[in-house]
Design a protein around this ligand. Structure first.
Ligand code: CUA
Length: 306
């Protein structure tokens, strides 16, 4: 909740957010008024017309027609208002403006990868210009995930073998939280990303300076961090630890052993199932094969320093 937050919802930071909120509050307040009126009347009638004596016999009630018509017509009108209003907002939320800037989103256990039109990729950090419609074309490489940015009031499932999309236009610069809202395994709760909404010139500059020449081990450290490799290989025991791995002897699940040289590290990154370390299942996504040779060299250089 920020400066515009209300206690019910976080601050509204996209062009569609105000419309989503208006509908939410209309439904919330109307339901609250009806709930209080119905429960209040129930309690009042329960006390006022309670049976006071064993010999009391109630007389049959014949309700007036106007009262019956009222509780049919009023709720019908309310439901139609919420339906037409909701349908309008739904269509708007699902129709990206034709001049949207498109970004490809890939979800995997357990990180978000973003690819921009010039081929630049980033992981768990989405940069977008303020005041510009952004369309995200999303797919998953393993299981179901869901992309949710509360401040923008957008949420969309991300599914293997299918492209789903969602769009937004941020109204102010700042950083906003992305959550994965579909349970996707051990580190689902850690599958977070940040949207950096920056000015148009800052965005262009950021795009131009990405993937610049870094020493291999530094590039590798950056990638290791961006792709949250530490979640599986350091923080949890989902994958084997990597400290001192280079040059060590690895015992594999098929009983053989192998020396962890550059070749082994490369193979294990791009084809994780090829040589499984004893005691570990195939948990790692096979998506890192899409990294460039330079990025892979960087990762290997970094792992050698651990
Ligand atoms: Cu990805 Cu939960």
């Amino acid at each position: 909740m920020g400066e515009n937050g209300s206690g019910w919802l976080p601050e509204a930071m996209s062009t569609v957010a105000a419309e989503v909120d208006a509908l939410f509050y209309f439904t919330l307040y109307t339901s609250t008024i009806i709930f209080v009126a119905v429960i209040g009347a129930m309690i009042y009638f329960g006390i006022r017309f309670r049976r006071r004596d064993e010999s009391e016999v109630p007389t049959p009630v014949h309700e007036p027609k106007w009262l019956e018509m009222t509780w049919i017509v009023v709720p019908t009108i309310l439901v139609m208002i919420v339906f037409t209003w909701g349908f309008k907002v739904f269509v708007k939320l699902h129709t990206a403006p034709p001049d949207s800037y498109e970004i490809t989103v890939r979800a995997a256990q357990w990180y978000w990868e973003f690819e921009y039109d010039n081929g630049v990729t980033s992981a768990n950090e989405l940069y977008v210009p303020v005041g510009k419609a952004i369309k995200l074309n999303m797919s998953a490489s393993d299981v179901l995930h869901s992309f949710f940015v509360p401040a923008f009031r957008i949420k969309m499932d991300v599914i293997p073998n299918r492209v789903t999309s969602v769009w937004f236009e941020a109204t102010d610069v700042g950083t906003y939280q992305v959550f994965c809202t579909e349970y996707c395994g051990t580190s689902h709760a850690a599958m977070l990303a940040t949207v950096h909404v920056v000015t148009d010139s800052e965005f262009r500059q950021w795009l131009a300076t990405q993937n610049q020449d870094l020493p291999p081990a530094e590039l590798g450290a950056q990638l290791f961090n961006q792709y949250t490799c530490n979640v599986c290989h350091v923080d949890t025991a989902v994958g084997p630890g990597l400290t001192g791995i280079f040059g060590s002897e690895r015992k594999l699940s098929d009983g053989t052993t192998v020396i962890a040289d550059e070749d082994y590290l490369l193979e294990s990154i791009v084809d994780p199932g090829a040589k499984l370390v004893e005691g570990y299942g195939l948990q790692m996504p096979a998506t890192f094969g899409s990294l460039t040779q330079k990025q892979l060299d960087g990762l290997i250089a970094y792992i050698k320093t651990l």
